[in-house]
Design a protein around this ligand. Structure first.
Ligand SMILES: [Fe+2]
Length: 169
């Protein structure tokens, strides 16, 4: 059932959150992750609606929003959170390696989002050459990967902060 999709607020909400939460990067990250998980839920709802219950308008909207929204969250994470981690924990080689891996995953997910945008756009315009199985496979690959990234990012950053908090100065 796709009617209940509750898209996360687009850029304005996240931007406002960014402004007020510079002092609390991990709180900002938690908020950004919550919105990305809502995005995953929306993609899952589209996948579940294939092929018979597809809502073309939702797909067209998703095609417009997906890539800019993801780029916005990634840019915020790297500017607000990763820079903060680097400033405080940059002498920890494993922290730097984790940040590099997370940035690489951001690039991968953004590339995937671009490919998915094309597919969503085709679904939105009722392109009957779209194979529903392929579309479902792409959608599931995307939201599964993004959920995994969010979980890994939380674990990594909490780990870095906790490790430093327990080490003597
Ligand atoms: Fe991330």
């Amino acid at each position: 059932m796709i009617a209940g999709i509750n898209w996360p607020p687009p850029l304005e909400g996240a931007r406002a959150a960014a402004n007020e939460a510079y002092a609390e990067p991990l709180a900002w990250l938690a908020s950004a992750h919550k919105e990305q998980l809502a995005l995953c839920d929306s993609m899952e709802a589209i996948a579940d609606s294939l092929p018979g219950e597809i809502d073309r308008e939702i797909c067209a909207y998703a095609a417009r929003m997906l890539a800019p929204m993801l780029r916005h969250f990634h840019a915020g994470e790297e500017r607000i959170v990763f820079d903060w981690v680097e400033q405080r924990f940059g002498d920890d080689p494993s922290a730097r390696a984790s940040l590099e891996r997370l940035k690489f995953e951001h690039c991968e997910d953004e590339c995937f989002a671009e490919e998915l945008t094309e597919m969503l756009d085709r679904l939105g315009t009722a392109d009957h050459t779209v194979n529903p199985e392929t579309a479902g496979y792409m959608l599931r690959g995307f939201f599964t990967g993004l959920r995994r990234h969010v979980s890994f990012e939380q674990e990594c950053l909490r780990g870095i902060v906790a490790r430093q908090a327990h080490e003597p100065n």
